[in-house]
Write a protein that binds this ligand. Structure first.
Ligand SMILES: Cc1ncc(COP(=O)(O)O)c(C=O)c1O
Length: 490
């Protein structure tokens, strides 16, 4: 039975446009605006704070009546588009943000047109996500029988991986019974430099943040392996049950690389789950020239990593891979009658993705990943990773050559941490000064590094996961940082 296109529903017209050709024209002009925005990234300030009048305009009451496509598009162009985070800009180097790529505009528009729900069933979008996961299995040398999920980012990927670890290692049915206090306490290990998403996962899984033991690091900020062994022995002696170790192929503060091989050996000796927090480091490990530094990653029981960081897929897109599909599925499967798979038809396609994570409704994130990987190919993406590492070394050399700057730790991978120094200033004063420099750099729109603290010293932290940046951008950053430092100390 065919509806006539403009047939009114019971209470009025559908939400489709009254005039498709006007909608099409508007949509095309918006597409142009989106492309212009990316193409001209370098010409804008890195960051533009949202002015008060725009904040006030956004804070309108809930619209009860239609404002129409044109009006909303105008609002979008004036109230939203100019005030992005700034990570499309070559001189954005704060936190760990990827740059995105223009092709994502096409992929996201198509995903939106399809409006697929990848919780399950048998439809085309699922095959794309399966393919992305299969590519990742091949890339990380995981067996074809392993499993995975495209998710919003490493934080939720970590929850999923550690959920599987918790299920696999508990000697009772932890899904049914919850975490039991009359049993040996499940404890895990990560270095003091590990990302907070691991502690958050311990919290969310009911294990408790204290159950994540903090292993000290060596001078290079890498996990101290003898200290890991001692921590495990101590917990065993106290009657606890060690169940996992999390290794970082690149820590968020400095890009330090844990000895993944050594961690995997400790895990093997003690029958522990070896999880890798590969948010951005896992991708570096796939570059042939960098690979030897990450030996052991291929032995992980699970890897969490992001496409939206060093692969430059638009936000948000991450992934979890789990070596044992059965343990992954058993940690999440719950199939009531209304979600039963059929042998054929739309309700086919078993197993469904909803059996591998906490979400039933899932968007088509995998499409932009698939599009991006096909469009650019891994060689080019991994070459940009290597370029960024060389740029970090270049910046480190600029810092060391400048008498006003101090390198706070040798460059390990793609992160350079330094500070402006002035005579007769103690660490507390220098911390305030360098925080001020970073805020002024951001407010001026010239550059957007972030800050962190290393041994109590506040660092200007430049994280390079940017495919648009060139060495001359670091010349400018150093020049501006020194200029601001001098301005603040006169
Ligand atoms: C090492 C590391 N792990 C985990 C995360 C969390 O990743 P996401 O923000 O994608 O959840 C980050 C984020 O920067 C990170 O750098």
């Amino acid at each position: 039975m065919q509806d006539t296109p403009d047939a009114p529903s019971e209470t009025g017209h559908s939400l489709d446009p009254d005039d498709w050709s006007a909608f099409r024209k508007r949509a095309h002009s918006m597409l142009d605006a989106a492309i212009d925005h990316v193409e001209s990234a370098r010409d804008r300030p890195v960051w533009t704070p949202v002015p008060d009048d725009i904040k006030a305009a956004i804070a309108e009451p809930l619209p009860m009546d239609p404002q129409g496509t044109d009006k909303v598009c105008e609002d979008l162009l004036t109230q939203v588009l100019p005030y992005a985070t700034g990570n499309t800009h070559p001189r954005f180097s704060g936190w760990v943000h990827g740059s995105g790529a223009p092709g994502g505009i096409i992929a996201e528009a198509m995903a939106s047109a399809m409006n697929s729900n990848l919780g399950g069933r048998d439809h085309g979008a699922n095959y794309i996500e399966h393919q992305v996961i299969n590519w990742m299995k091949t890339m990380f040398d995981f067996p074809s029988t392993s499993s995975g999920l495209v998710v919003s980012g490493t934080s939720i990927a970590t929850v999923i991986a550690l959920s599987a670890a918790r299920y696999a290692k508990a000697d009772y049915d932890i899904r049914k019974q919850g975490v039991r206090t009359d049993k040996r306490r499940l404890v895990g290990y990560a270095s003091s430099e590990a990302h907070s998403c691991i502690a958050r996962a311990f919290d969310m899984l009911g294990l408790g943040i204290d159950a994540l033991r903090t292993v000290p690091v060596n001078d290079a900020y890498e996990m101290d392996i003898p200290a890991l062994r001692r921590a495990i022995e101590k917990d065993l002696a106290a009657g606890h049950q060690p169940f996992c170790v999390v290794g970082s192929p690149a820590t968020v503060n400095t890009g330090a690389i844990d000895d993944l091989n050594a961690i995997s050996e400790v895990c093997q000796e003690h029958d522990l789950w070896f999880h890798v927090d590969g948010a951005f480091g896992a991708i570096a490990a796939m570059n042939d020239n960098l690979k030897p530094r990450f030996t052991g990653i291929e032995r992980a029981d699970s890897i969490a990593f992001d496409f939206h960081k060093w692969v430059h897929v638009q936000y948000d897109a991450g992934c979890v891979l789990i070596r044992r599909e059965d343990l992954h599925r058993k940690a999440f499967t719950l199939r009531p009658e209304y979600l039963t798979a059929a042998p054929r038809g739309l309700a086919g396609g078993n197993p469904w993705f909803c059996e591998y994570g906490p979400e039933l409704s899932r968007g088509f994130r995998a499409l932009k990943v698939w599009f991006h990987l096909k469009e650019h190919g891994m060689h080019k993406i991994l070459q940009k990773v290597e370029d960024n590492c060389q740029q970090a070394v270049y910046l480190g050399a600029l810092v060391e050559a400048n008498p006003h700057l101090e390198l706070l730790t040798p460059v390990s991978l793609n992160i350079c941490c330094f500070r402006f120094v002035a005579p007769a200033m103690d660490d507390a004063a220098l911390n305030r000064l360098n925080e001020e420099i970073v805020m002024r750099l951001q407010e001026s729109g010239v550059a957007a590094p972030s800050t962190t603290k290393l041994n109590g010293q506040l660092a200007i932290r430049v994280n390079i996961t940017n495919h648009r940046v060139t060495k001359s951008d670091f010349d400018l950053l150093v020049k501006e940082a020194v200029k601001l430092g001098k301005e603040c100390t006169v």
